[in-house]
Design a protein. Structure first.
Length: 401
């Protein structure tokens, strides 16, 4: 059995950033990062859109607004210091109907409240800026960028290890024993004990928190985001990221066109219930995961509240033509045969007992553990400020170690 001062569980970008920040602030502590997979960033962090968000959508004063804004600056600084390729290409949010134009005005206002400098574009100005995109009006946010978050995570871990931290892959946590201020984490074959644990397990975070006897008033519902990629002839289709105007009641941003840092353009993601928390194939099902979701009353409340969107997203997933329609609204030249298969990702979205999608980041803490309970988008952008917030939260406990 290994004995350490502190365990960080989960090597996605949040766990990696947290481990590094802890080691920076507490260099003398023995810190171990435990990850069940053979490598880091294989789940949400390695399967996202790769956008460095600027913080357009989030209510001023929310953790998302605060951390996303700071996260953009921190991510870019980190990339510059570590020679990681990134690009601040900007983002266009395009309104294609009158309702969307009204919502666009609200988004423009929100950008101003969040200290961004949005540019409201007329139809003509939009045409000039992005000739392949059509819409009635648009907002341009110049700060938004793109990066490969897997690469960022690997660089964070390199720094953690260089500072003396340890990373153990292949450790799948499945049980905890807590006594006399000590926490012992068990996998099937091994155990590691510590005085403090930070849970950064993404889509598994509610299960891990529950095993620590934390009282939960939410569950993680896994929402799959399916993508397509465009053929290489479209690599220069857009110079900015192209987003539709999102439904303000949902935390998902709609099917967008994303310039990726490798030069290709992806289309997506949608948002459908995943049949398995870590099942990325279209029809992957894990009976235990489904049972858990269907047994949660909040899930059915959520379905009731968002019937229309659930139906739209489901049919969009089943029928590629419907998916195409949502893209053709603002980029008519893309054809069905040009939507090529690409990976999917699964969002860890917390939903409370009343069926409300929890929009903001959420943390729960006890004397011996801290649990990151809701860290969906833009948590990749916000990972560095989230890590500082976690360390500030656990500082009191840590100084007594
Ligand atoms: C489709 C999609 C698009 C997105 N687009 C963007 C975007 O453009 N920009 C942005 O900022 N954010 C985006 N996000 C959100 C962002 O990717 C996530 O918020 C972020 O990656 C969360 O990181 P994490 O470390 O919390 O989780 P993860 O990356 O999921 O990492 C959790 C880790 O915990 C490990 N783990 C789980 N259970 C155990 C266990 N029992 N024992 C040991 N280890 C365990 C997992 O193997 C995994 O490595 C997107 C997400 C998705 C799914």
């Amino acid at each position: 059995m290994q004995n350490v001062d502190l365990i960080v569980l989960g090597a996605g970008i949040v766990g990696a950033a947290t481990a590094r920040e802890l080691k920076k602030q507490f260099p003398s502590l023995n810190i171990c990062l435990l990850e069940k997979e053979p490598a880091a960033a294989l789940h949400q962090t390695g399967r996202n859109s790769g956008v460095i968000h600027a913080g357009v959508y989030y209510p001023p004063g929310s953790l998302k607004a605060k951390f996303c804004q700071q996260g953009l600056v921190d991510t870019i600084n980190f990339c510059q210091c570590n020679s990681i390729n990134y690009e601040q290409c900007g983002k266009l949010i395009v309104a294609t109907s009158e309702l969307e134009q009204q919502r666009l005005q609200d988004l423009h206002e929100r950008c101003l409240q969040n200290d961004l400098s949005p540019q409201l574009l007329s139809q003509k100005q939009l045409q000039e800026m992005s000739p392949n995109i059509v819409g009635k009006e648009a907002v341009f946010i110049k700060q938004t960028g793109i990066v490969d978050y897997q690469q960022v995570t690997h660089a964070l871990l390199d720094e953690f290890v260089a500072l003396g931290g340890k990373v153990r892959y292949g450790f799948c946590f499945n049980e905890v024993e807590q006594s006399n201020g000590k926490v012992c984490l068990f996998s099937d074959v091994d155990k590691v004990s510590a005085k403090y644990v930070v849970n950064c397990t993404g889509v598994m975070s509610d299960r891990v928190a529950k095993s620590f006897d934390m009282t939960l008033d939410f569950r993680i519902i896994p929402f799959k985001g399916e993508y397509f990629v465009l053929p290489s002839k479209y690599n220069n289709l857009i110079d900015q990221l192209i987003y539709p105007v999102p439904d303000p009641s949902l935390p998902f941003l709609g099917v967008h066109l994303t310039k990726m840092i490798d030069g290709r353009v992806s289309v997506g993601p949608n948002a459908v219930l995943a049949g398995a928390r870590e099942g990325y194939g279209k029809y992957d099902v894990n009976i235990f995961d489904l049972f858990e979701t269907f047994g949660f009353a909040g899930f059915w409340q959520m379905i009731k509240q968002h019937k229309r969107s659930v139906w739209d997203e489901l049919t969009q997933s089943l029928f590629k033509t419907k998916y195409l329609t949502s893209v053709q609204k603002y980029c008519p030249q893309i054809q069905l045969s040009e939507l090529l298969p690409y990976r999917s990702g699964i969002r860890a979205q917390a939903v409370d007992n009343n069926g409300t999608l929890i929009h903001d980041f959420k943390f729960l803490a006890s004397d011996t553990s801290l649990h990151v309970c809701n860290a969906p988008s833009p948590a990749a952008t916000s990972a560095l400020p989230i890590a500082r917030e976690i360390v500030n939260n656990v500082k009191l406990n840590l100084t007594s170690l």
